[in-house]
Design a protein around this ligand. Structure first.
Ligand code: GLU
Length: 430
């Protein structure tokens, strides 16, 4: 694209923005910058700027009241030069095609950073699982698999849990796929219950990966976990397990939150008690009277801030007011690019999502390997292997950032995209 046309497009997209950051467009811009820094020609960007395949499906589901509701779902496959595509399926009312596309690119980056033999994929269904019965969710999950079955499979594209999907949903999806293919296919999907070929440690893997990144980030600043005050935004799968790990390790978790608000105690919250009271969607704050807003939570006085909820939480508006000296992103896209630059200038160490949250897909890979070989590992084996992958990945990103004088997000993009670009080159695609 010519630079004039490109600028016009940037301006047009800027105008279209309604205050929320355009994830897909900003992801493309960072990929372009990363490829340029690595010395690749424009055609490499042309190949990698969009998913190679994007399927939109309509899924009819019989609801409990006898009516039929039609749901819209997506599956995006960013690039399969490295190997089959891999990534979760989210159930959320605000899922969009653009978001699923951007998230599939991020999966390519995560798999590149952790050196897994996959390209990136992502799926989503526009629905509100909090308002659906067990039976409706089962019929929707099975309907989705039937709708996308042609493009997924253990050697094509392997789904997994994501926002508001869990091991039960993975079990229904695996069962539906196995029925369609007429043979047992545990390697079709990861994040399954242990009895159906799930891996030890998968449920807590994202939080463990974040905890390993926190330990590595603290080392770079010569700080000790036992002295650290931590704020975790979000009390879902990643946030709640992370709060528990930090609490068990002797750190002070001074703030946590759900979508409705946050809880704060400068002396440290009683995390085991809160874990006991949370519901399966991570809701907790409404049980208490003295709550703070999510905006206030992000600006609390603390050493480590972990956004583990949704995207676009740290923006140009509040980045100046963040007090933490380390931010470790457990959610996808919690910090905008503008905010990343402000935080970098302020000397805050930001461990980006595509590195920090890669523990989930790493243990998903271990699950897939175990399914393929039909031989299963102990919890200790899984944790040991995860630890090695996360520490190596952190070190590579940290060293690349220093060597190229860029922040850790740019370094992660550079490492994440390089493997796919190289695989595509060897295949003769570019
Ligand atoms: N949904 C998770 C992620 O965004 C996990 C993907 C997987 O396990 O394949 O990383």
């Amino acid at each position: 694209m010519s630079s004039v046309k490109e600028k016009e497009e940037v301006l047009k997209r800027e105008e279209e923005k309604d205050g929320s950051d355009d994830l897909f467009f900003s992801t493309q811009q960072v990929i372009k910058e990363a490829l340029t820094k690595l010395g690749y020609r424009d055609e490499v960007f042309e190949l990698l700027k969009e998913p190679i395949r994007m399927l939109t499906v309509r899924i009819p589901v019989k609801m409990d009241n006898g009516s039929i509701q039609i749901f819209t779902g997506f599956r995006s496959q960013h690039n399969d030069a490295v190997g089959p595509t891999k990534g979760g399926v989210r159930f959320h009312p605000e899922v969009t095609e653009e978001e699923v596309k951007a998230l599939s690119i991020w999966m390519t980056l995560k798999c590149g950073i952790t050196n897994l033999p996959y390209g990136g994929g992502k799926g989503g269904i526009i629905c509100d699982p909090r308002k659906m019965s067990f039976g409706e969710l089962e019929r929707l999950s099975r309907g989705y698999v039937r709708a996308v079955s042609q493009i997924v499979g253990p050697t094509k594209d392997i789904p997994a849990p994501d926002v508001y999907t869990n091991s039960q949903i993975m079990a229904w999806m695996m069962d539906e796929y196995s029925r369609l293919r007429e043979f047992d296919s545990p390697g079709f999907i990861t994040g399954k219950p242990i009895v159906l070929g799930g891996s030890h440690g998968r449920e807590t893997a994202t939080a463990r990966g974040v905890a390993i990144c926190i330990a590595e980030a603290l080392k770079t600043k010569n700080l000790r976990l036992q002295d650290a005050r931590i704020v975790v935004q979000g009390f879902g799968n990643a946030g709640s397990f992370l709060a528990k790990f930090m609490h068990d390790a002797g750190a002070k978790v001074v703030g946590i939150s759900d979508v409705h608000g946050g809880l704060y105690d400068p002396n440290g919250l009683d995390i085991p008690y809160l874990l006991d009271r949370r519901d399966s969607f991570g809701m907790i704050s409404q049980l208490f009277q003295n709550t703070i807003s999510n905006e206030e939570l992000l600006e609390l006085d603390c050493d480590i801030l972990v956004p583990a909820a949704v995207s676009n939480q740290i923006t140009a508006q509040n980045a100046h007011r963040i007090k933490a000296s380390i931010i470790v992103e457990a959610a996808n896209g919690p910090t905008t690019m503008e905010a990343t630059n402000i935080l970098t200038e302020r000397g805050i160490l930001l461990v980006p999502d595509i590195l920090a949250s890669a523990g989930g897909v790493t243990v998903s890979y271990f699950e897939w390997v175990q399914n393929n070989q039909g031989y299963y590992w102990s919890e200790e084996e899984v944790y040991g292997k995860l630890q090695r992958v996360m520490i190596d990945s952190f070190e590579t990103v940290f060293e690349t950032a220093q060597a190229h004088q860029v922040n850790m997000r740019m370094a992660a993009y550079m490492i994440g995209i390089r493997k796919t670009a190289e695989a595509a080159r060897f295949r003769g695609w570019i």
